[in-house]
Design a protein around this ligand. Structure first.
Ligand SMILES: *[C@@H]1O[C@H](CO)[C@@H](O)[C@H](O)[C@H]1NC(C)=O
Ligand SMILES: *[C@@H]1O[C@H](CO)[C@@H](O)[C@H](O)[C@H]1NC(C)=O
Ligand SMILES: *[C@@H]1O[C@H](CO)[C@@H](O)[C@H](O)[C@H]1NC(C)=O
Ligand SMILES: [Cu+2]
Length: 178
């Protein structure tokens, strides 16, 4: 019984490990004087991940298009946030642009561009083949993955191995106690 419950808990907890929450600017948060191009360059953003912007009342987060990002203009903003603790779900593949529209903060560096992918693609450098389609959790047919899903499926397999290994380690422990 205890083994079964432990197994269930592990299986239920596992999917949460797939999605990463990226704290924009890390400890610096969303501020002037931070290079967000450098911050983003070392990171992989996968569909299903989230961005968390933390900032004071002198800042805002506006989602803009590429022209708004390049020109530091929020006149065509897609979304505006000013709550100081903004979570943005990166649910679909594609490029996303965020700027602070207050004063000249954007031209001082408060601008972030992220490219969300579904995992490693067989056509690096090209535009993602599927937009608006987050990775499915369909693990019933692992034998026929599409090329663009290889990275995501690889992560699933790795997690499955981890869960199975953790369960195997739990069995003798729980067996001794129960
Ligand atoms: C900010 O939002 C995150 C994610 O929703 C939450 O975990 C955190 O507690 C929030 N922090 C504050 C100060 O509200
Ligand atoms: C994608 O592939 C590149 C090079 O093959 C590798 O450096 C990178 O870590 C991979 N990313 C993911 C998410 O698997
Ligand atoms: C899941 O896999 C099955 C079997 O290959 C397929 O028929 C079904 O369409 C898939 N569902 C999704 C959401 O991809
Ligand atoms: Cu600002």
């Amino acid at each position: 019984m205890a083994v079964a419950v432990g197994l269930l808990v592990l299986l239920l907890a596992a999917p949460a490990a797939y999605a990463a929450n990226h704290i924009v600017g890390d400890a610096s948060g969303w501020e002037t004087g931070v290079d967000y191009t450098t911050w983003a360059s070392g990171k992989t953003f996968l569909a299903g991940d989230t961005l968390l912007f933390t900032y004071g009342s002198s800042h805002r987060v506006d989602e803009v298009n590429k022209a708004g990002y390049d020109g530091c203009s929020a006149s065509n903003a897609l979304q505006t946030h000013s709550d100081g603790n903004t979570t943005i779900a990166l649910s679909s593949t594609g490029s996303y642009y965020y700027i602070c529209p207050i004063l000249n903060h954007c031209s001082q560096g408060m601008k972030l561009a992220v490219t969300v992918t579904a995992g490693n693609s067989s056509t690096p450098g090209g535009t993602p083949p599927t937009t608006g389609t987050p990775p499915t959790t369909n693990t019933t047919s692992p034998s026929t993955p599409t090329p663009s899903r290889n990275g995501a499926i690889g992560r699933f397999r790795w997690m499955d191995a981890f869960v199975a290994g953790a369960c195997l380690m739990l069995v003798p422990l729980l067996g001794l106690v129960g």
